[in-house]
Design a protein around this ligand. Structure first.
Ligand code: AQP
Length: 333
């Protein structure tokens, strides 16, 4: 079976290790599988659900494309484009917002987290974000969606919307019901400053995350300052589960080295954090610096990055506008 892969990344700046290990690294592996059709979208319409500086947004769109390429996605083997250029996304989002139910959206935890205490001041776009995400996925008959764990609930909503549309209009199988692809162990990389909070672009403290554009010294300094506890590293997963910061750092080490959590623990159990942190820094530098250097190099070539987006737009627009035409027929427009 041909897997039709779709996923998006917001061009909201500061792409970080969580985005890489939770999503982009997975994109690269899927892109390398011969049979897959991969579409990777720079979701700029999602980014504007919170305030963005227009000039910065333009740069961030290019930086996101550069990050895809620098991480190993082959633009010849995938479709890379920015969402705002394909108008079918906005149109399908409106139509699907008439299928989605308020009660469903009210349960979305990400809106509650991002809107914070002052919900009245959050944008309507931030609230209806998951409906746009459903449109993104369903327009391309996507069968598999690689995401971090934080997007699991949105993907379940997407499945509900697809199912309800198919049932309401008696068009069995018109929208494909997509499967999430979530790497179980490493799908939620936490802040370096708080093992209970997700590593995030919008966190004010830069010390909370490893950015994919950080240099060697910055990476080493952030790991040195990363929060830990006073005990040596544990020897069992059960003990590790009770220590969020240790669990996060060991998780990062395992994900980057390809070792299981058990094998990483075997390597470091009983040792103190300073020894482990040195090894972790070295590994991060080995894996992230080549990406960081390549991103910087690619950012000097706007023409190349823009040509990838233009090429991707043409291909994506063809698929999405045909799907929208069919939606029009189904709903009676
Ligand atoms: N900490 C994380 N661990 C694992 N995966 C993560 N992802 C994000 N943070 C982590 C995954 O990265 C992909 C792209 O994310 P996004 O840019 O669309 O937005 P997000 O999930 O809202 O990411 P951030 O960093 O938390 O941004 P802000 O701070 O702006 O909200 C997704 O697949 C996501 O799951």
């Amino acid at each position: 079976m041909v897997k039709k892969i779709f996923s998006g990344v917001q061009p909201s700046g500061n792409l970080h290790l969580g985005n890489y290990l939770g999503a982009i690294k997975n994109f690269v592996e899927l892109n390398n599988e011969e049979k897959n059709r991969c579409i990777f979208c720079v979701v700029d319409l999602h980014a504007i659900t919170v305030s963005q500086d227009p000039k910065q947004l333009k740069n961030n769109i290019r930086e996101t494309v550069a990050t895809f390429i620098a991480s190993g996605i082959d633009p010849k083997k995938s479709i890379i484009f920015n969402q705002s250029k394909v108008s079918a996304h906005s149109e399908a989002a409106w139509i699907l917002s008439c299928t989605a139910r308020l009660g469903w959206l009210n349960r979305m935890t990400q809106f509650k987290e991002k809107a914070g205490k002052d919900k009245e001041k959050a944008s309507i776009g931030l609230y209806s974000y998951p409906v746009l995400m459903a449109a993104d996925i369903l327009l391309y008959d996507s069968t598999h969606v690689p995401v971090g764990n934080d997007q699991k609930q949105h993907l379940e909503l997407c499945r509900d919307i697809a199912q309800k549309f198919n049932n309401d209009f008696k068009v069995d199988d018109f929208f494909k019901i997509p499967e999430p692809l979530i790497k179980k162990e490493f799908s939620r990389i936490m802040s370096l400053k708080d093992g209970l909070k997700k590593m995030s672009k919008s966190e004010i403290s830069d010390l909370s995350r490893i950015n994919l554009t950080d240099d060697k010294d910055t990476i080493a300094n952030k790991i040195k300052k990363a929060k830990t506890d006073a005990l040596p590293l544990p020897s069992t997963i059960e003990e590790l589960e009770k220590r969020p910061e240790a669990k996060n750092l060991i998780g990062i080490y395992s994900s980057l080295s390809g070792l299981t959590l058990e094998n990483s623990l075997n390597e470091f159990s009983g040792k103190n954090f300073s020894n482990f942190k040195e090894n972790l820094s070295q590994l991060l530098i080995e894996k992230i610096i080549p990406i960081s250097l390549r991103i910087k190099e690619l950012l000097n070539d706007h023409n190349y990055l823009d040509s990838i987006l233009t090429d991707g737009y043409k291909k994506a627009d063809k698929i999405a506008s045909e799907k929208v035409k069919k939606i029009h027929e189904i709903i009676g427009f």
